[in-house]
Design a protein around this ligand. Structure first.
Ligand code: GAL
Length: 483
C-alpha cells in the first residue's frame, strides 16, 4: 500500500514540461535524414559506437533516436510490436545496450492513425503506447503529425491531441523527453512549451542552403498562416521562419529547427558551418542527421566544435535575435540573397554576434555595440555599450584535419584533448574559462572602438563571443528598484 502511494506521488511529480529534461537543447543523432526507413538494431548500435569513438558523445550527443518504420502493428493486447526482422532482440534489449554504452534511447510515433511512412500511429492509443515505451526504458519520444484524422486547424485541437500523449507519458512516471513534430502547425510555438520539451517550427529540412522548392509550400516563410509546411525546406527558409519567435525557447522547451544536414553532401563547408552555427545559436536541439558510420573528417570537425556547442548549451538558455537584415545584396540563380546579423546574451554577461552572409558573394560585414545591444536600449542607451569586451572567433580553433583523421582512425592519444562534457559540463567549463569553449581571441571592442567588422564568405558565417571584461552591466530584466 505504502509502495503504491509512493508510486502515485512520484508519478505526479513528473510532468512533460516540468520533467527536468532538456534544460539545455537536447543533442544526439536521428536516422531519418540520411537513412529514412532503413532502420535496424545494428544501425543503432553501430552508430552509437561511432559516436563514442569519435568523441561526439563526449561533446554532448547522447540521445540515439530511432525514427519512423520500426513497428509491425499491434499485438493481440493492443500494444505496439517492433518489426522482428529489423529488431530481432526487441526494443528493451536495444535500450539496455544503448544505456550500457551511456546513451539515452529515443523512439518515434505519430499523433495520427498512421505514421508518415504509414506504420501504426498512436492516436487514441496514447496510454498503451506510452506504457510500452516506458516498459522498454525509452527516454525520448519524437511525436509526428501525419494522418491526424482531421484533428487540426486551430491551436486548441492540436494542443489537445498532443496533450493526450503528454498526459500518457507523465502517467508512466518515467521521465521521457517529449519532442513534438507538428511542423509549426497551429501556432505550436505558442503552446508547445506548456506540454513538451521541443517543437518543430517548419516542414522537413533538406540538404540545401537556400534553394526554394515547391514542396516547401509556404512562399513567404514568415507567414504564420501557412498550413502546408511540407518538405524540402532550406536552411535559410527555416531560419527565416523561426526569426519572429526566437524568444519562445526556454529552459525545458525549445524551438526545433529539424535535424542537422551537416555531412550529407548537398552543401559546401561554409554552408554547413553556417547551418550548424545558426542551429546552435537559435537554441535548436542538435540532432545529427548524417549516416556517421561513414563520417568524414570535415563533418567531424564541424559537429565537434565545443566553442559552438557551448553556445547551444549555454546556461542562460537565451536564443540570438535578428538585429539586422538586408535583402538588397547580390542574388544567386534562384533569386535568393540576403545578409543578416544576429546577437544575443550569453551566460555571465558575454554576448554572441553572428554575421550571416547569404548573399551570392563574399562580403565585409560590420556592426556596432549600439546595434548589438539594441534590445537592451535603443541608439546606444544600453548600459552594455559602455562595457569592454574581448572578441573571440568561435571557429578559429576548429579541430585540424590531420587530428580528425587520426581520431577517425581510432588513434586514442587524442582522447584527452577533445572536450568531455560528461566529465566537465559546459557550465563548469565556461565558469573555468576553458579555452576550448572560447575559440580564439581576435580583438576587442568597447566604448571607444565600438565597431565589429569581419570578412564573411559567401553562404558563410563569422561567429563571435564578446567576453565581458567589465563584470557586466545589468540586463533589461531588472526590477523597478534597480532602474
Ligand atoms: C515527417 C517528419 C520527419 C520524419 C518523417 C518520418 O513528418 O517531419 O522528420 O520523422 O516524417 O516519416
Amino acid at each position: 500500500m505504502l509502495l503504491l502511494l509512493f508510486q502515485a506521488l512520484f508519478s505526479k511529480s513528473v510532468s512533460a514540461v516540468n520533467n527536468g529534461l532538456a534544460q539545455t537543447p537536447q543533442m544526439g543523432w536521428n536516422n531519418w535524414n540520411s537513412l529514412g526507413c532503413d532502420v535496424s538494431q545494428d544501425l543503432l548500435l553501430d552508430t552509437s559506437r561511432v559516436l563514442l569513438s569519435s568523441g561526439l558523445k563526449d561533446v554532448g550527443y547522447n540521445y540515439v533516436v530511432l525514427d519512423d518504420c520500426w513497428s509491425d502493428g499491434r499485438d493481440n493486447d493492443g500494444y505496439l510490436r517492433p518489426d522482428a526482422t529489423k529488431f530481432p532482440r526487441g526494443m528493451k534489449w536495444v535500450a539496455d545496450k544503448l544505456h550500457d554504452m551511456g546513451f539515452l534511447f529515443g523512439m518515434y510515433s505519430s499523433a495520427g492513425e498512421l505514421t508518415c511512412a504509414r506504420y501504426e500511429g498512436s492516436l487514441d492509443h496514447e496510454e498503451k503506447d506510452a506504457e510500452i515505451w516506458a516498459a522498454w526504458d525509452v527516454d525520448y519520444l519524437k511525436y509526428d503529425n501525419c494522418y491526424h484524422m482531421g484533428r487540426f486547424g486551430y491551436p486548441e485541437i492540436s494542443f489537445n491531441r498532443y496533450n493526450n500523449m503528454a498526459k500518457a507519458l507523465n502517467a508512466t512516471g518515467r521521465p521521457i523527453l517529449y519532442s513534438l513534430c507538428s511542423w509549426g502547425e497551429d501556432y505550436v510555438h505558442t503552446w508547445g512549451m506548456s506540454i513538451a520539451n521541443s517543437w518543430r517550427v517548419s516542414g522537413d529540412i533538406y540538404d540545401h542552403f537556400n534553394r526554394p522548392d515547391a514542396l516547401c509550400a509556404c512562399d513567404d516563410p514568415r507567414d504564420p498562416h501557412c498550413v502546408a509546411p511540407g518538405t524540402h525546406c532550406s536552411v535559410m527558409n527555416i531560419i527565416n521562419k523561426v526569426a519572429p519567435y526566437v524568444d519562445r525557447g526556454q529552459f525545458g522547451g525549445w524551438n526545433d529547427l529539424d535535424m542537422l544536414e551537416v555531412g550529407q553532401g548537398g552543401m559546401d563547408d561554409e554552408e554547413y558551418k553556417a547551418h550548424f552555427s545558426m542551429w546552435a545559436a537559435l537554441k535548436s536541439p542538435l540532432l545529427i542527421g548524417a549516416d556517421i558510420r561513414r563520417l568524414s573528417s570535415k563533418t567531424l570537425t564541424i559537429l565537434n566544435n565545443p566553442a559552438v556547442i557551448a553556445v547551444n548549451q549555454d546556461p542562460l538558455g537565451r536564443s540570438v535575435a535578428q538585429i539586422y537584415r538586408d535583402q538588397h545584396v547580390k542574388k544567386d540563380k534562384y533569386g535568393q540573397g540576403e545578409t543578416q546579423i544576429w546577437s544575443g546574451p550569453l551566460w555571465r554577461h558575454d554576448q554572441l554576434v553572428i554575421f550571416l552572409n547569404a548573399a551570392d558573394e563574399d562580403l565585409e560585414m560590420t556592426t556596432t555595440l549600439n546595434d548589438v545591444f539594441i534590445h537592451e536600449g535603443p541608439e546606444g542607451s544600453a548600459p552594455q555599450t559602455r562595457d569592454e569586451f574581448d572578441v573571440y572567433d568561435l571557429w578559429a580553433d576548429r579541430m585540424e584535419h590531420h587530428t580528425a583523421e587520426q581520431v577517425l582512425a581510432g588513434n586514442h592519444q587524442y582522447k584527452n584533448s577533445w572536450y568531455n562534457s560528461t566529465q566537465t559540463p559546459y557550465k563548469e567549463g565556461l565558469a573555468k574559462a576553458d579555452p576550448r569553449l572560447l575559440g580564439k581571441r581576435v580583438g576587442s571592442v568597447g566604448p571607444k572602438h565600438n565597431v565589429l567588422r569581419a570578412n564573411v564568405p559567401r553562404h558563410g558565417v563569422r561567429m563571435f563571443r564578446l567576453r565581458n571584461l567589465t563584470g557586466g552591466s545589468p540586463r533589461y530584466a531588472m526590477t523597478k528598484d534597480e532602474l
